[in-house]
Design a protein around this ligand. Structure first.
Ligand code: SF4
Length: 279
């Protein structure tokens, strides 16, 4: 399909891929989580997880699911961890510089949100069908990049909802262009967004707008989900075994990791089949 990412463009997503080796364990420290099906215990924001080692790596990384910490396996900072650690704070960690800790933990989730926007913008820029507004996409990418490289004080002042609204205009335009490729008449729109536990086995959803759809535990086995817009869709425990998601846009590894699937699930080639799908 002509709208799909060209193979050379996958590299453009590298700056928005997490590099835990360059991070001061920020997601495992700054963020809170509550005891639930996803987390085996409570943790307050700004407090290091008891499983975080002194080298800022997780001590139970290989066993997270078995130990009731599935939530940790579906989190993605989109490269915010290494950017805050190495750029905003110039490689000075919060243990050696405790006076910066509180501020660093407040800066991290803001940069994470902008890095996620950058992921989508880079994805949009890599598509041929968006050629007529590549300049606008580049300008928005530069603006997001600039903001993430500001001082901590300035990052804390960023109006994230306003920035998101600007980015969203370009992402919606991208979605319409991409999906109209498969729907020759008019892009398929699904008014419904609540599909929690729905039986969608084998359903033709190709070209659908599934932005923010609640697909929690939906049965999507063998569904045709090609060229769908899945931005923000909640795929926790959705059953994607045998589903075809070729050419879908704005799908992230986090969403995929939260779903169930198998080796016959077809994903966009810039995403990986999660290890727990094939165990
Ligand atoms: S269990 Fe591991 S990945 Fe999860 S928060 Fe703790 S240190 Fe981080």
């Amino acid at each position: 399909m002509s709208h799909m990412l060209a193979i050379n463009d996958y590299d453009s997503l590298d700056p928005v891929r997490a590099d835990c080796n360059q991070c001061f364990g920020l997601c495992c420290t700054a963020l809170p989580f509550a005891k639930s099906a996803d987390f085996a215990f409570d943790k307050e924001g700004g407090t290091p997880c008891t499983n975080l080692r002194s080298d800022y790596r997780c001590g139970i990384h290989q066993d997270l699911r078995e130990k009731g910490l599935k939530g940790c396996t579906v989190y993605d900072c989109f490269g915010a961890g290494q950017k805050v650690s190495q750029v905003t704070y110039n490689g000075k960690d919060w243990k050696s510089h405790p006076a910066t800790a509180e501020e660093m933990f407040a800066v991290f989730p803001i940069v994470q949100q902008i890095q996620e926007m950058l992921w989508y913008l880079h994805e949009a820029l890599a598509l041929e069908v968006t050629a007529s507004f590549h300049n606008e996409l580049r300008v928005q990418i530069e603006e997001c990049e600039r903001l993430t490289r500001e001082s901590p004080e300035n990052i804390l002042r960023i109006n994230v909802p306003e920035l998101r609204a600007d980015v969203n205009k370009l992402l919606i335009l991208t979605s319409d262009r991409v999906r109209s490729q498969i729907q020759k008449k008019s892009p398929k729109k699904t008014r419904r967004s609540d599909f929690i536990g729905a039986n969608l086995k084998g359903t033709d959803l190709a070209g659908s707008d599934l932005r923010g759809a609640l697909l929690i535990a939906a049965d999507l086995r063998g569904a045709d989900m090609r060229v769908t817009d899945l931005i923000g869709a909640d795929l926790r425990d959705a059953d994607l075994r045998g589903a075809d998601l070729t050419g879908c846009i704005f799908l992230t590894q986090v969403q995929v990791n939260a779903a169930k699937g198998n080796s016959s699930t077809k994903l966009p080639s810039y995403l990986k089949i999660p290890a727990h799908w094939v165990k």
